[in-house]
Design a protein around this ligand. Structure first.
Ligand code: GLN
Length: 339
C-alpha cells in the first residue's frame, strides 16, 4: 500500500459511521487501562499465565459492523462464556421440556462451582453453574465422543463466523486438576441426572471451556444472539429463533455469578462472564458487546469488563428497563404536586 492509499483508507474509516463509536471505545480503553485491581484466575494452572494487561473492547451490530479497540485479536479460552451457547444447542436438539427436566432455571445464590443440587428434584439450579453446565454438555448430540466434539466445534464456528479450535494446554490443565467438576458430575450421575458416560462428558466439558476465541469473536457471538440467532456477518443461523429468548433470560438472571443481581440493577443487560476475564453482553435487536481483561474481582468477574459495561450502559441508556423517555415519565404523572 502506498502512503496515500493508507491515508485514504484512514480518512474513509474516520468518515465512516463507526468513527464516533470507535472514539468512544478508545476513550473507555484509555480510561480503564490504568485500573489494575483484581487478580487473574489461577485455580486452572494454565489461566495463571494470562497477561493481566491484555485489554480489548469490541462491539458488533446486527448489521454486521464490528468496532474493536485494544488487544481484540488476543486469543483466550472461552470458559464459562461457552455455557449459554451449549444450553442453546441442548434446547435446539432436545426441546425445552427435556432440557428443563435436567436443569432448572433459578439463580442459585451459590458459587459457580458449588456441589449443590436442588433438593426436591436433584436438578442443578441453572445451566451456568458448573453442575448445570456439565448436565447441559451431557446433552450435546453425537454418536460418540468425536462426533460430540465436532458438534461443539460446529456450534461455536457458527456463532463466531470462523473455524474455532481447542487450546490443548488449557484443556489438559483443567482435565488434570478439575476434581471438583468430577465430583459434581459423579453426584449428578448418582441421581440419574446425567448419563453413565461421565468421563466422556467431562472431557467434552473441558474441551468446550478450552475453545479459543478473541474479543472480536465474542462480540460477533453476542451480536448473533442480539440478531435472533443469525450471525450478522455470515448470515448463518446458529440457534433456532425461539430459543434465543431462553438464553437471554438466563443470562439476565444468572450470567454474572454472585453479581447477577447488582449487574441486572446497574447495567441491565443479559450477559455472561468467564474466569478467563471475558464478559459478553447483548443488547437485543441492536448489538453485541464484548470486553476481555483477565484480572477478576472477588466474585470472579473481569474488573475492567464490569467498569466498561457499566459505563456503556449508563452513557447510552442500554438498561433493558430504561424507557428511553426524554419527556415526562409516568412517575411524574403520579406526582402532580411536584411540578
Ligand atoms: N472451566 C471452568 C470451570 O469449570 C469454567 C468456569 C468459569 O469460567 N466460571 O471451573
Amino acid at each position: 500500500m502506498t502512503e496515500n492509499s493508507d491515508l485514504d483508507s484512514l480518512v474513509t474509516k474516520m468518515k465512516s459511521a463507526t468513527a464516533p463509536i470507535r472514539q468512544t471505545l478508545q476513550g473507555l480503553h484509555q480510561k480503564y487501562l490504568p485500573l489494575d485491581a483484581g487478580e487473574v484466575a489461577h485455580y486452572i494452572p494454565e489461566l495463571a499465565s494470562a497477561d493481566p494487561n491484555a485489554f480489548a473492547i469490541a462491539l458488533a451490530g446486527v448489521d454486521g459492523q464490528i468496532v474493536d479497540v485494544g488487544d481484540s485479536e488476543h486469543l483466550f479460552s472461552i470458559q464459562s462464556v461457552s455455557k449459554p451457547f451449549v444450553y442453546g444447542l441442548a434446547l435446539d436438539t432436545h426441546g425445552r421440556d427435556l432440557v428443563l427436566s435436567k436443569v432448572n432455571v433459578e439463580p442459585s445464590g451459590e458459587a459457580f462451582n458449588s456441589i449443590v443440587l436442588d433438593e426436591a428434584t436433584n436438578r442443578p439450579f441453572n445451566p451456568f453453574v458448573n453442575s448445570g453446565a456439565i448436565a447441559t454438555t451431557d446433552l450435546v448430540p453425537g454418536a460418540d465422543y468425536t462426533a460430540r466434539v465436532k458438534s461443539l466445534l460446529r456450534l461455536f464456528a457458527n456463532y463466531a463466523g470462523r473455524p474455532v479450535f481447542v487450546d490443548n494446554a488449557t484443556f489438559i490443565s483443567e482435565r488434570s486438576t478439575g476434581h471438583r467438576n468430577r465430583a459434581i458430575a459423579h453426584l449428578m450421575l448418582n441421581f440419574g441426572m446425567i448419563q453413565d458416560r461421565v468421563d466422556e462428558t467431562l472431557e467434552l466439558y473441558f474441551q468446550q471451556c478450552a475453545i479459543l476465541v478473541n474479543c472480536r469473536d465474542l462480540a460477533v457471538m453476542a451480536a448473533t444472539l442480539a440478531n435472533g440467532g443469525v450471525n450478522p456477518v455470515t448470515g448463518v443461523r446458529a440457534i433456532e429463533a425461539k430459543h434465543v429468548r431462553d438464553l437471554l433470560s438466563l443470562m439476565f438472571s444468572c450470567g454474572m455469578y454472585d453479581y447477577a443481581g447488582s449487574w441486572g440493577y446497574l447495567v441491565g443487560l443479559p450477559a455472561k462472564s468467564s474466569v478467563s476475564g471475558a464478559i459478553m453482553a447483548v443488547v437485543p435487536g441492536q448489538f453485541g458487546i464484548a470486553v476481555f481483561s483477565p484480572p477478576l474481582d472477588e466474585r470472579g468477574n473481569s474488573v475492567r469488563g464490569i467498569a466498561v459495561c457499566t459505563e456503556l450502559s449508563e452513557r447510552f441508556g442500554l438498561h433493558a428497563f430504561d424507557a428511553h423517555s426524554t419527556g415526562p415519565t409516568l412517575a411524574d404523572e403520579f406526582r402532580p404536586t411536584r411540578r
